[in-house]
Design a protein around this ligand. Structure first.
Ligand code: SF4
Length: 364
């Protein structure tokens, strides 16, 4: 099955394209104090190394807005300033080099102030994310759509966008979030039937690493399968690096991005001949440093093992005589001792990774 992405316009956040045929990008948000420039830069660099492509920072005050200048000087991925309530913080963030600002229709409503934001965004060629959130919907909209809040979210976005369009501003992407997965899905589906603005998708305040990962995989996964979504953020109450890992796994699972290895491992059962859990844990740790999209299978026995291991670029299948390593569809070696099996397997994975990058270099 191939996912057909819904057609959207393309905009730019800094030098990163969002929408149209651009790859679906991964975002995250810092949880440092933005005024603490060093700590914020350190976190952004860690996130970037992990795979973050666009970073958002909260701008609760003027000092944070001014900090953008120095933060931007020290990082290489585009930065979005997250603004609520005070339109002056949007102006200050743009002046200090934010590549995009996120504003919320629920809390910046004054038309004259929005006009000022539009003007300066045009002057600095800054894109704007209109981020509607069910929790901060205007109370009149909330009242009007109290039985179908998804429609309220869409209404709020369309009404707000109209004002930007009336003022000749189209450099927009949109998010329509709710903590409720079904409300979120419905809002995005309805909106994408009415509009071609690129969409930032996610399940807001999804929860802890465990529950938030599941909710995000369901909500974001569903939307992506339906072809909706141009950039995404997994929102977790955890180290933001986990957000990147989860986002990458979602995109890889749907074949939407090639972002490092794909690991297949069996759940184990009474037939297992090797310690799949131990091996998988060790391999998963090693894979953190591998960036090529190789497919790796770790299977406990010879029922499905050889088939899966053969289909992967590299795989292990347990057998009565120990483990068999398969590489590119053929048996490479049989190893009896568990630690040696893991060691050999890692060496072979690294060789495949090196080969991938060598081939890639030769293509150029
Ligand atoms: S591959 Fe073998 S050990 Fe693993 S779950 Fe299947 S039958 Fe069980």
């Amino acid at each position: 099955m191939i996912i057909n992405r819904k057609k959207t316009r393309q905009i730019y956040v800094g030098n990163v394209a969002v929408g149209g045929t651009a790859p679906i990008t991964i975002q995250s948000m810092t949880n440092t104090d933005t005024r603490d420039i060093s700590a914020t830069v350190r976190q952004i660099k860690r996130l970037e190394k992990r795979g973050c492509e666009i970073i958002r920072v909260a701008i609760p005050d003027n000092e944070s807005a001014r900090a953008i200048k120095e933060i931007k000087r020290r990082i290489s991925i585009p930065l979005i300033a997250d603004i609520h309530f005070d339109y002056k913080l949007a102006l200050e963030s743009i002046k200090n080099g934010a590549d995009c600002i996120r504003i919320n229709p629920g809390n910046i409503k004054n038309k004259e102030k929005i006009k000022e934001i539009i003007k300066i965004s045009k002057d600095y060629n800054t894109s704007i994310r209109i981020g509607v959130n069910s929790g901060s919907l205007d109370y009149k909209i909330r009242e009007k759509f109290k039985n179908n809040i998804d429609d309220g979210i869409v209404f709020s976005a369309i009404e707000y966008i109209k004002f930007f369009e009336d003022n000749d501003f189209f450099n927009i992407k949109v998010s329509l979030k709710s903590t409720d997965i079904l409300t979120t899905i419905s809002a995005y589906e309805k909106f994408s039937q009415k509009s071609e603005y690129p969409l930032h998708i996610g399940i807001t305040e999804a929860g802890t690493e465990f529950s938030g990962t599941i909710k995000s995989a369901i909500g974001i996964g569903y939307l992506l399968i339906k072809g909706i979504g141009d950039t995404l953020r997994v929102s977790l109450t955890a180290n933001p690096e986990k957000e990147i890992d989860t986002a990458k796994e979602i995109l890889k699972s749907l074949n939407l991005r090639r972002l490092g290895p794909i690991l297949i491992s069996c759940p184990t059962c009474a037939r297992r001949e090797i310690d799949v859990i131990k091996i998988t844990k060790k391999i998963e740790k090693e894979l953190k440093n591998i960036k090529s999209p190789i497919k790796i299978a770790i299977m406990g026995c010879e029922v499905n093992g050889p088939g899966e291991a053969r289909d992967a670029d590299i795989g292990i299948a347990g057998s009565i005589t120990g483990g068999i390593i398969f590489k590119e569809g053929r048996v490479l070696k049989r190893i009896e001792q568990s630690d040696k099996l893991i060691k050999e397997f890692i060496i072979e994975i690294k060789k495949l990774d090196e080969k991938y990058w060598r081939d890639k270099k030769n293509e150029v």
